[in-house]
Write a protein that binds this ligand. Structure first.
Ligand code: PGA
Length: 251
């Protein structure tokens, strides 16, 4: 059975104090969700230590939103995978469309970041997804397939155990427009098939593939009922503990 995951990507939101309150709100309700669902929260770097303290002893895992592509040294402003591990992160998100779009992240850079994450024992939530014009031109399968092959295909099946894929159509992120469950299922099945062709049946069947893009309590149930959707990467709706928990209760 694949792991079901609901992960909250807080992006550049909340002060440390607000983040601590949000984490407390999530931990207080974690028993309301079914045991088979794993929760992850990804606060900003500055919040990791304090939010990590709140999560201690709870089943909620801590994630970063990014990590450096270098191990250490003169890289002003960067945060290394070793630092993230040291502060208690189990995961880091990599390749979010906002990082690709606004910070010029390319596949070669993501390959290096992924290597840093694995060397330091972090699991990776690897984001893929097409832009609106790419979908309108019918190129979404090619775009996603390229994002997967360029960054994941040199990994071993063993390393793939530490990868969660998040399919996030850029046109659905923060827009209120959600992919229909049929659109999402179609591309999730395509992603799983892509893994099957390259890595084989076991990796394909065991890899958790999350949907992200305006996922909220009102649409999570329909999305998560799809056979190839194993949960969600949640932005806006993860900033309210009640909504985040309600999404995790959608199964
Ligand atoms: P959203 O963001 O839920 O606010 O659309 C999802 C994401 O970017 O991870």
């Amino acid at each position: 059975m694949r792991k079901k995951i609901v992960a909250g990507n807080w992006k550049m939101n909340t002060t440390v104090a607000e983040g601590v309150e949000l984490a407390k709100g999530i931990v207080a309700k974690v028993n309301d969700i079914s045991k088979g669902v794993s929760l992850i929260v990804a606060p900003p770097f500055t919040h990791l230590a304090s939010v990590g303290e709140v999560l201690k002893g709870s089943p909620v895992a801590l994630s970063a939103q990014d990590c450096a592509d270098q191990p250490k040294g003169a890289f002003t402003g960067e945060v290394s995978a070793a630092m993230l591990k040291g502060v208690g992160c189990a995961y880091t998100i990599l390749g979010h469309s906002e990082r690709r779009e606004y910070y010029g992240e390319t596949s070669p850079k993501l390959v290096k970041k992924m290597a840093m994450a694995f060397e330091n024992g972090l699991k990776v939530i690897y984001c893929v997804g097409e832009k609106l014009d790419q979908r309108e031109m019918g190129n979404h399968f090619d775009v996603v397939s390229q994002q997967i092959s360029e960054v994941l295909f040199d990994l071993t099946p063993e390393q793939m155990k530490n990868v969660v894929i998040a399919y996030e159509p850029v046109w659905a992120i923060g827009t209120g427009v959600t992919a229909t469950s049929a659109q999402a299922q179609e591309i999730h099945a395509f992603i799983r098939e892509t893994l099957r062709v390259h890595f084989g049946e076991k990796v394909a069947e065991e890899t958790t593939i999350l949907y992200g893009g305006s996922c909220k309590p009102s649409n999570a149930k329909e999305l998560f009922a799809c056979p190839d959707i194993d949960g969600g990467l949640i932005g806006g709706a993860s900033l309210k503990a009640d909504d985040f928990i309600a999404i995790a209760q959608a199964w």
